[in-house]
Design a protein. Structure first.
Lengths: 120, 111
């Protein structure tokens, strides 16, 4: 059973550019969540996708957008990059029997290792 | 590896001692709580969870205590080992759709 994989692991962009981060969910999982983790802080919820539809969003502007594909993999897109977007972006997958039910028990979220974005 | 947190509160313990990491959560309506461990260069890893209808849950070498009256969680690690060195986060949720993470505590285990 493979875990959650993210790419790229590191990247550097300049202000105003656009970035796409990719995530392959764990086998058997149908829900993907994205989190932003600034240095020295806990992860912050960006949004979640369930069966290719957005299923909840945190306090992030519309320039943060996402997609989920039929194979449950996902992309996070950030437009018009700002310096404060520099962070570790974490993808997490889970299995939800119904929309919004959340996982139960030990495997509610499985996180990837993240993509470290630096904006100069 | 990459540093998870440069200025986090730090708990330093001797190998073999017990560790207690505390967390104050924010939403009194939260009904599910999780502790995660994050090592440098890795994503958060599930340790143990607890529902709001419980006040204690035990796993292998770990125990989580929940005090809803004061909105406080603690993680107890028995016989702490060097491999336990990491940053520990508590997380709370109501909707199961989004986790709200605390700011984290760095645990350093001295050999």
């Amino acid at each position: 059973e493979t875990g959650v994989t993210q790419s790229p692991t590191h990247l550097i962009k300049t202000r105003g550019q656009q970035v796409t981060l990719r995530c392959s969910s764990q086998s058997g999982h149908n829900t993907v969540s994205w989190y932003q983790q600034a240095l020295g802080q806990g992860p912050q919820f960006i949004f979640q996708y369930y069966r290719e539809e957005e299923n909840g969003r945190g306090n992030f502007p519309p320039r943060f957008s996402g997609l989920q594909f039929p194979n449950y993999s996902s992309e996070l897109n950030v437009n018009a990059l700002e310096l404060d977007d520099s962070a570790l972006y974490l993808c997490a997958s889970s299995f939800d029997r119904v929309r919004g039910s959340g996982g139960a028990g030990a495997n509610v979220l499985t996180f990837g290792a993240g993509s470290r974005l630096t904006v100069l | 590896g990459e540093s998870v947190g440069l200025h986090l509160p730090t708990l330093s313990v001797q190998e073999g001692d017990n560790s207690i990491i505390n967390c104050a959560y924010s939403n009194s309506a939260s009904d599910y709580f999780i502790w995660y461990k994050q090592e440098s260069g890795k994503g958060p890893q599930f340790i143990i969870d607890i529902r709001s209808n419980m006040d204690k849950r035990q796993g292998q070498r770990v125990t989580v205590l929940l005090n809803k009256t004061v909105k406080h969680l603690s993680l107890q690690i028995a016989a702490t080992q060097p491999g336990d060195s990491a940053v520990y986060f508590c997380a709370e949720t109501l909707s199961r759709r989004a986790l709200t993470f605390g700011s984290g505590t760095r645990l350093q285990v001295q050999p």
